[in-house]
Structure formats: structure tokens, C-alpha cells
Write a protein that binds this ligand. Structure first.
Ligand code: FAD
Length: 456
């Protein structure tokens, strides 16, 4: 643990003179948080952890000056994009500098099939700019409005669009990353192809991402829609068939009826006696979507553009999916928390029903149809009634041991205890190069031990 009295914050401030900073404790506290409060376990562990100063560089040269001064004075650095991570990724465990990267937001180039952009650009701005030239992002998190593209690479995994294009780490989704090292004389490292994995989902522990190139595809004016069914099993089977038969969707999100209470704005579009599949469907495929819903005994309850939904006071379909589903519930009732589940392949919908029976009122189901490594992969983000840490880990054990599911634990703040499971030695080797003093987001990877830090 870094001793805060050991670093010279005033000397650091002197070295970065002219660069915008916030030292006001309220501002610093605000920017020391993310959405870790979804987890009562993380709240217990992370509440009260704050940085010392927020620094907001305006361009890459200012980032270089901040990196150099932080390294010189050996001050911990937590990079912050939109601050929408769920696992305390943006919470500084050892104080220090919050490096707010959101002014580094230039869209450098949009070409056919790809965009080069600075890391702090908001995803919505980038996607909207791609729309303007007839293209769109391959995928984005449901936090599209606030999250940054660099934060998505460093802290996210996939989301809306993953149904078509796989998860973020799958081949071809990110083509290039430009990283700055944290040293008295910061270096630039350029990563291409598989080398990008060295910084992907590394929680900002091994270098400051300055720029990246992400894949684009042809723009589709998605219809935001939902179909309703008599049972959750039917809703799941419908969504699976839609996916297996190649219906052109960007999102397919089965949500069981007990969620309807958290979606009251939708009224009869999602009533409490029906299970829903929220979707984004290509306009040319709406006929097939409706026909398939009918074949499963269901019906489409609304089909609108994003603008029409907005005018009706409703959120787009993607804010009914992924972790926004959890957010809708938490807005109403804070006694819930959640899990992240990857189902064994091939997916067996009956397993879900057995899980629902096992946990009764303590678990509400919500699934995401996606792809991973070229294959169909079904995830769930169920709401879980919080009954203490032991009960939570007992449930996790049952999902894993009884059902063969993988859990990406959202109640843990290290990379390894969350989704990655094991230490990624390539990421740690890269950290030795990009963060030789071990200053970046300390405590977030179990793979780094103090003896690895350069002493001089
Ligand atoms: P931040 O939270 O600011 O940062 C995330 C991590 O990346 C931190 O460790 C930070 O230090 C590091 N970082 C940020 N920028 C840089 C940089 N330039 N260089 C180095 N490190 C950096 N995630 C998904 O994957 N899919 C979803 O669908 C999804 N839905 C969500 C829904 C809700 C309601 C919420 C609250 C979260 C959701 N998330 C989801 C998690 C999160 O929103 C995304 O991962 C998002 O992309 C994070 O971007 P951000 O800019 O907010 O990153």
C-alpha cells in the first residue's frame, strides 16, 4: 500500500503547471467512484476510497506531462473515462491522481470499416459520427451515452451488437491501440492484432491508452421493439431460434415478467403477466420477427424508432438490456444485486427454468444472446436478492458446480477474481514495460507484486 505522505503532491502540481486540475474534495470524491455500488460486497470494500487530485489533460502532450510527473514523484494514477464500470475499476485503492481522460476525445478518421479515435471520446459521439457517413459501431455497451471508447476497451467486454459481431476481444473488433507508458520519459507503444489483448480488459493497470482503431459496419436504422410471450421458456426459445436462423438483429434480450414492475413506463408494452424479448431488428426483418413471434404464440408489443421512443418518454431498447436491466431494478429497489453468467454451449433453456425454480423469489432472470469466438454464447445478468456474502458465494458455487456455468464475479475488484479467473502473464509482462514503477491503478491485478517494481 502506498504511503500518501510519501509522495509530493505539491511538487507534482508544480510540474504540471497550466494543466487543469480539481483539488476540491467533493469533486475528487465524485470522480473516485464508479457503479461498484451495484454490489453490496464491493460497497463494503470500496466506500471511502478516494484519490487526492483530479487532472484533466486537454491533449496527448498534456497527458505526457502528467505521466512524466506522476512517474517522477511516484504517485499512483487511476485513469478515468466515463466512470461507468461496475467493479470499482475507477476507484483508487491507494489515493493519488485521477487522470480524467475525457477531453482526449478527437475523432481522428472515419474510413470504410474502421474509425481511429482518441480514447476519451464518448461512444455515442463516435457512433453518431459513423452514422453520418452511413456506418455504425460493431458493438457498444448499454452505457453508450456516457462511456468512453478507451474505457470500453479497458473495462468492458461486449454488449449491444455482440449478437452479430462477438465480444470485444474477438478477432477484428479492435485493430490498433496506442499506449503511453508511465515513466519519467513516457514512451509510445503501438499494438496491433493479437497484441491488443495485452491491454484489453486490463483496468488501466498497464499504460494509458491514447488512441484506438475500432471496426465499423454498414449503418442499419434499427427498429426498437419487443415481443411478449406466455412463459419465459418460450421467450428464450424464440430468441434462440431468431438467433440460430440468422434474423438480422443487433440486440435480443429476454427479460422475465417479474421485471415488469421496474419498467412501468412501458405500460402494456411490457405488462406483468408476460415475458418479454426486447430487440433491435433490421427494418427489412420486422416481418420475419413478427411471424416468428406468432409461431411461438407471442406478439410484438411495440416497434418504434429511437426518436419515437424518446418522444414517448421511453428509453431505447438497448437501455432495456445488458446491465441497464439491473439498473432499472436498482432505481426502484436497492435490495437487489446481480450476477453475470455465461452458459455452457450449446445453450439449454431448460437449465434456466431449473435455476428459476431453485431460487424462487430470490432471482429474476434476464438473458443476452451473443457470440463468442465465432459461436453462439448465451449470457445472463440475473437480479439476485442480496442475503449476505456467504449466500451470494453459495449461489455462485451452485451455478458453477451444479449447472456448469461460468460466473464473471461482479462482486470482486481485481481483474482475476472478476471475469479473467487467472493471471494474464502477457498483460503483466506488458505492465513491466508500460508501468515499471507499478503506479497504475494499484491493487487491481493480483499478477503484480511490489517486488516487480523498478526501484531506482
Ligand atoms: P471507466 O469506468 O471510466 O473505466 C473502466 C476501466 O478502464 C478503469 O479501470 C479505467 O482505469 C480504465 N480506463 C479508462 N480509460 C482508459 C484509458 N484511456 N487508458 C487506460 N485505462 C483506461 N459493460 C459492457 O462491457 N457491456 C455492457 O453492455 C455494459 N452495460 C452497462 C450498463 C450499466 C448500467 C453500467 C453501470 C455499466 C455497464 N457496463 C457494461 C460497464 C461499463 O459501462 C462499460 O464497460 C464501459 O465501456 C466503461 O467505459 P467508461 O468510459 O465508463 O470506463
Amino acid at each position: 500500500m502506498t504511503d500518501r505522505s510519501a509522495y509530493e503532491l505539491e511538487a507534482f502540481r508544480g510540474d504540471i503547471d497550466g494543466i487543469r486540475v480539481y483539488g476540491d474534495p467533493k469533486q475528487v470524491e465524485l470522480r473516485s467512484r464508479d457503479y461498484y455500488w451495484y454490489s453490496p460486497i464491493l460497497s463494503e470494500e470500496l466506500d471511502g476510497r478516494v484519490g487526492d487530485i483530479v487532472v484533466i489533460p486537454q491533449d496527448q502532450d498534456e497527458v505526457r506531462r502528467v505521466a512524466a510527473a506522476a512517474a517522477k514523484h511516484r504517485i499512483p494514477v487511476t485513469v478515468r473515462g466515463g466512470g461507468t464500470g461496475n467493479y470499482g475499476q475507477c476507484v483508487p485503492l491507494e489515493g493519488g491522481i485521477i487522470l480524467d481522460i475525457t477531453r482526449l476525445d478527437r475523432i481522428i478518421a472515419i474510413e470504410p470499416g474502421k474509425a481511429r479515435v482518441e480514447a476519451g471520446a464518448r461512444i455515442a459521439r463516435l457512433d453518431d459520427a459513423a452514422h453520418a457517413v452511413g456506418q455504425e459501431l460493431l458493438m457498444y455497451p448499454s452505457t453508450r451515452r456516457i462511456a468512453t471508447i478507451g474505457g470500453f476497451l479497458s473495462g468492458g467486454s461486449g454488449g449491444v451488437g455482440s449478437l452479430r459481431h462477438g465480444m470485444l476481444r474477438d478477432d477484428g473488433n479492435v485493430g490498433y491501440v496506442k499506449v503511453m507508458t508511465l515513466e519519467p520519459e513516457p514512451q509510445i507503444i503501438e499494438l496491433h492484432g493479437p497484441d491488443i489483448q495485452k491491454v484489453q480488459h486490463a483496468y488501466g493497470t498497464n499504460g494509458i491508452i491514447l488512441e484506438l482503431e475500432v471496426g465499423l459496419t454498414r449503418f442499419t436504422d434499427w427498429v426498437h421493439t419487443a415481443a411478449l410471450f406466455d412463459s419465459y421458456l418460450t421467450a428464450l426459445c424464440f430468441a434462440l431460434t431468431a438467433q440460430e436462423t440468422g434474423l438480422d438483429c443487433y440486440l435480443l434480450t429476454p427479460v422475465e415478467r417479474r421485471f415488469a414492475t421496474f419498467y412501468q413506463k412501458f405500460g402494456e408494452r411490457f405488462p406483468a403477466d408476460r415475458d418479454a424479448v426486447f430487440a433491435m431488428v433490421a427494418p427489412a426483418e420486422m416481418g420475419r420477427f413478427e411471424k416468428l413471434a406468432k409461431e411461438f404464440g407471442g406478439a410484438v408489443s411495440f416497434a418504434m424508432s429511437k426518436e419515437e421512443l424518446h418522444s414517448a418518454g421511453l428509453q431505447p431498447a438497448y437501455e432495456c438490456g445488458w446491465n441497464h436491466t439491473t439498473l432499472q431494478a436498482l432505481k426502484v429497489d436497492k435490495s437487489w444485486t446481480y450476477l453475470q453468467v455465461a452458459y455452457p454451449r450449446p445453450f439449454d433453456p431448460e437449465l434456466v427454468i431449473r435455476q428459476m425454480e431453485r431460487y424462487g423469489d430470490d432471482l429474476y432472470m434476464h438473458h443476452e444472446m451473443a457470440r463468442l469466438e465465432g459461436e453462439i454464447q448465451i449470457f445472463a445478468l440475473p437480479l439476485v436478492r442480496y442475503r449476505g456474502r456467504d449466500a451470494m458465494y453459495e449461489m455462485i458455487r451452485e451455478f458453477q458446480e451444479l449447472d456448469g456455468c461460468d460466473i464473471y464475479d461482479p462482486h470482486a475488484y481485481t481483474i482475476e477474481d472478476g471475469g479473467m479467473k487467472e493471471i494474464d502473464t502477457a498483460q503483466i509482462d506488458f505492465k513491466k514495460r508500460a508501468d515499471p514503477y507499478g503506479l497504475m491503478n494499484p491493487g487491481k491485478t493480483r499478477g503484480w507484486t511490489p517486488d516487480m517494481a523498478v526501484r531506482a
